[in-house]
Every structure is written in C-alpha cells, then in structure tokens.
Design a protein around this ligand. Structure first.
Ligand code: GRF
Length: 196
C-alpha cells in the first residue's frame, strides 16, 4: 500500500528515561514517512532525557509524577485521563518503567504496544541481557508486543534476533539489541497504521 494513502495515526508515547526508542519513531516519521503523528510524550519522571528529544522535535511534553499520587490506581486514573485528552489511536510504551493496573491495560487493549529487550516469552522483567548471558544462550533479541494485564506478556507483533558473541557483556549486548529495537518499533507501528 502506498503510504500516501494511509492517514497518520495519533500516537501518545510514554517514557521514563532516555527515550532512544522515542527518537527512532520521531526519525522514522521524519525520514521514512511513517504514517503517524506523536501528539504527546508523557513521562512519569521530570528529568527523563526523552522529554528533551520531544521538545527538540516540537512535540508536546507532559510530566505526570507518580510521587504526586498515593496509590497506583489513582495514578493510572490520572494518566488515563491525560492520555485520552489527546484522543490517540495507539499508546506506545517506550521505556515506561511502571507496572500498570489491570483496569488501565484493559482500557487500551489492542491499542497499546510495548518493546521488551528479550525474545519473549523468555526473560520477562528486568536484567534481560545478563540473564541471557548467564543462561549461556546463543541468541537474544527484542520483542514488540501488545500489552495485556500480565507483565511483558501479550501477543508478539515483531521480534528481532541478535547473536550472542563469546566476549559479550550485558552492555555490549544491550547496545546491539537497542539497534534492533530502533528498527522494529517503528516497523510495528507502521504495520498497525497500515491495517487501520
Ligand atoms: C529499552 O531497552 C526497552 O526495551 C525497554 O526500556 C528501554 C528503553 O530505552 N522497555 P529508551 O528509553 O527507549 O532508550
């Protein structure tokens, strides 16, 4: 399908930190005509570098600190209201380091994607690169998946594989996995946009 025929979908991107995946999506929109518009970047941390990236790209940035709320449900309710104000077609979790309540996830079922640094269903949770090394795996990678109430679960949309080298450290491996994340996340968004 020609991309010119696909109308841009509205994305809200949630981050907590560096935002290199956010940058990859911004760049794909600019350079490769990804049919999407990032209508807001929301961070739970005021010092997330990804907010700078959004600012540089002229994208609206919002901070909703979890420290201002007494419990998860209240935070998630406020987050939901903030997100829905932008009327997004798709919510993108890009290093958003919070566990989400079931109610929140159900509200965005089939409308929220995450990227996880492992070949799911392997290594859900944290320290995935070290865990793959410790297990003596020959390959590792990353997965884009739809978010369901179980942590790092839900239907996989795309995966990329990275070969583990003998002298790899968690850092060297993470760097190569990141390169693949930056390739497949925009691709998964494109697939979603073109199916709409
Ligand atoms: C990525 O490794 C992603 O897989 C995980 O969080 C990290 C975010 O990195 N969910 P960045 O903020 O996009 O640079």
């Amino acid at each position: 399908m020609s991309h010119d025929l696909v109308s841009p979908i509205r994305l809200v991107v949630l981050i907590s930190g560096n935002g290199s995946n956010l940058q990859a999506i911004i760049d794909d929109i600019t350079n490769n005509n990804l049919p999407a518009k990032i209508v807001a970047v929301i961070s739970n941390k005021a010092d997330a570098y990804g907010l700078e990236r959004a600012k540089k790209a002229g994208i609206e940035q919002r901070v909703l600190s979890h420290k201002d709320f007494s419990n998860r449900n209240q935070y998630d309710l406020a987050l939901k209201e903030l997100i829905d104000g932008y009327q997004p077609d798709l919510i993108i979790l890009a290093g958003f380091m919070r566990i989400l309540s079931n109610e929140f996830v159900e509200h965005y079922l089939h409308k929220m994607m995450n990227i996880h640094p492992s070949l799911l269903p392997k290594y859900k949770g944290l320290n995935t690169h070290q865990r793959a090394l410790d297990a003596g795996d020959k390959e590792h990678g990353c997965s884009v998946h739809f978010v369901t109430p179980e942590l790092d679960d839900g239907p996989v949309i795309l995966q990329a594989t990275v070969e583990i080298k003998e002298n790899d450290t968690a850092e060297s491996l993470a760097a190569r996995v990141h390169e693949q994340e930056h390739r497949i996340y925009p691709q998964a968004i494109r697939m979603f946009a073109e199916k709409k």
